[in-house]
Ligand binder design. Sequence first.
Ligand SMILES: [Zn+2]
Length: 56
Amino acid sequence: MKCPICHNTEGIKENKQWSFNAYRVTRYTCTRCGANFNYYSGERGDYTIPKPKEMK
Ligand SMILES: [Zn+2]
C-alpha cells in the first residue's frame, strides 16, 4: 500500500474494512504524513480516494 499524499510505502496502518456497493473499502492511515485515505477494490478495478498526486 502506498500513501497517495506523500508516496510513503512503509508504516501504512489499516484501520477498518467495509463493503460499498460492489467494492471492498479499506481505510488506511499514513503514519508519516498523517493522511487518511480509502482504498477501493472491486471488479471494475482498484482505486484510491483521494487520488494520488502526480510525482514530479
Ligand atoms: Zn503519507
